[in-house]
Write a protein that binds this ligand. Structure first.
Ligand SMILES: Cc1cc2nc3c(=O)[nH]c(=O)nc-3n(C[C@H](O)[C@H](O)[C@H](O)COP(=O)(O)O)c2cc1C
Length: 396
């Protein structure tokens, strides 16, 4: 007989309290203030911004606008990406000044090398450069009154599957711990793997076996990332790997209910009475969240940009609807706000139960392997303006 399911509490990220063992990942092109607010309204306790390029923050203008925060958007972690220690350190100082609770350094994004310089996950192939960046950011925070916000780092499990790169991962991971970082999120795919194929959860288990006790002693929280499609996946990862908390990424795009469901599972495991069993959102609940997201997006970006954003979110939300295939097609055809509202009028006028496209976590994973274009949303650097952009969201 299996024993009772383990009870999970929240975590402390360098003193920043989080009351549940999961959070919304950085998601370039998606996880703006509007998506974060919707996630929080559904029980998400902590959010990370998309990767922000250091030089955009330092140069001001558009980069700084992206980083603006609202009072409700806490606790929040601002994520930085770049190549030069001094620039990333300067970017960290700007985020600290803007009120970010935690600052994260991205050593995970599979962006191309720019002008022969590495950044994101490519830095895992040159660990001395990665460590120089971690040191520079640490020094910049140490110089701030009170020591600045806690620091974390986002890593992939390695650059590729060679022993040399496995050793490089350890150098960078240990440096983060030794430099007094408050934690790391480890995406259990390699940089070369990008988003294709399954993440290697056993890697996270081995990582926890090796470093878990020391990390706990030092207050270094380890987050797991990779293949979290449903709320039960969050608890599967916690149970199977022993990570302190879990990063929810593709599984929450168009699916803020994953946080409601995760809270319900957490409460049930803690023995709370009268917990509503996790369920799919009804048609009217889906419509209400789409409208709320649109309202928040308009406030943030103005109507034209918000319509573009809501077209791609609509495509992702469609999987909860009984007419998922037709609805998705309709969202793909949207050009204007009027079209978008038209899709809502056509598909969300009558209430009914929601579905999860009939897919279990297992089926979703298999689907990804069988047909990567269905669920993989890779992101790359747009060379024109050097921002991180998701590609192929139409593939849904
Ligand atoms: C569209 C997209 C954008 C992403 N943007 C970021 C980002 O800005 N910062 C980051 O740390 N990770 C980013 N990631 C990686 C995710 O946070 C996560 O580590 C990865 O998707 C693996 O988790 P999953 O398999 O559960 O989706 C992005 C992933 C996707 C699909």
């Amino acid at each position: 007989m299996p024993g009772p399911a383990p009870v999970h509490a929240g975590v402390s990220v360098g003193g920043v309290g989080v009351d549940a063992p999961f959070y919304q990942a950085g998601l370039a092109g998606y996880s703006d203030g509007a998506m974060r607010r919707v996630a929080r309204e559904h029980g998400c306790p902590y959010c990370i911004t998309e990767a922000m390029l250091d030089k955009f923050l330092v140069e001001g203008g558009k980069g700084l606008k992206i980083a603006e925060l609202t009072e409700e958007d806490h606790p929040i972690c601002g994520q930085l990406m770049g190549s030069h220690p001094a620039d990333i350190a300067a970017g960290a100082g700007i985020l600290a000044g803007m009120g970010y609770d935690v600052v994260d350094v991205n050593l995970a994004c599979p962006v191309k090398k720019i002008k022969k310089k590495c950044r994101g996950g490519h830095l895992l192939s040159v660990p001395e450069e990665a460590v120089a960046i971690l040191e520079a950011v640490r020094e910049a925070m140490d110089k701030r009154p009170g020591g600045g916000p806690p620091l974390t780092v986002k890593l992939r499990r390695a650059y590729d599957d060679t022993p040399e790169m496995a050793a490089n991962f350890r150098v960078v991971f240990e440096a983060a711990m030794d430099l007094g970082y408050a934690g790391a999120t480890v995406h259990c795919r390699t940089v070369q793997q990008k988003y294709i194929g399954r993440g290697r959860w056993p890697f996270l288990r081995e990582l926890m076996n090796e470093y878990g006790a020391e990390a706990k002693r030092r207050g270094f929280v380890i987050g797991g990332s990779g293949d979290i499609w449903t709320a039960p996946d969050i608890f599967e990862m916690l149970d199977q790997t022993g990570v302190d908390w879990v990063s929810v990424a593709r599984g929450c795009i168009g699916n803020p209910w994953i946080f409601v469901q995760a809270r319900a599972i957490m409460a049930a495991r803690a023995g709370a009475a009268n917990v509503e069993a996790p369920r799919s959102p009804t048609v009217f609940e889906q419509r209400d969240v789409l409208l709320r997201h649109f309202e928040l997006s308009v406030a943030l970006h103005g109507e034209i940009m918000a319509s573009r954003m809501m077209r791609k979110f609509g495509i992702k939300f469609s999987r909860h609807h009984a007419a998922a295939v037709d609805l998705k097609k309709a969202f793909i055809g949207v050009q204007t706000t009027r079209d978008w509202r038209g899709v809502l009028d056509a598909f969300y006028a009558v209430d009914g139960p929601g579905i999860d496209a009939g897919l279990t976590a297992e089926a979703l994973r298999d689907l990804e392997i069988g047909d990567p274009s269905r669920l993989v949303i890779p992101y790359e650097v747009d060379d024109a303006d050097e921002t991180c952009v998701p590609l192929g969201e139409e593939a849904g």
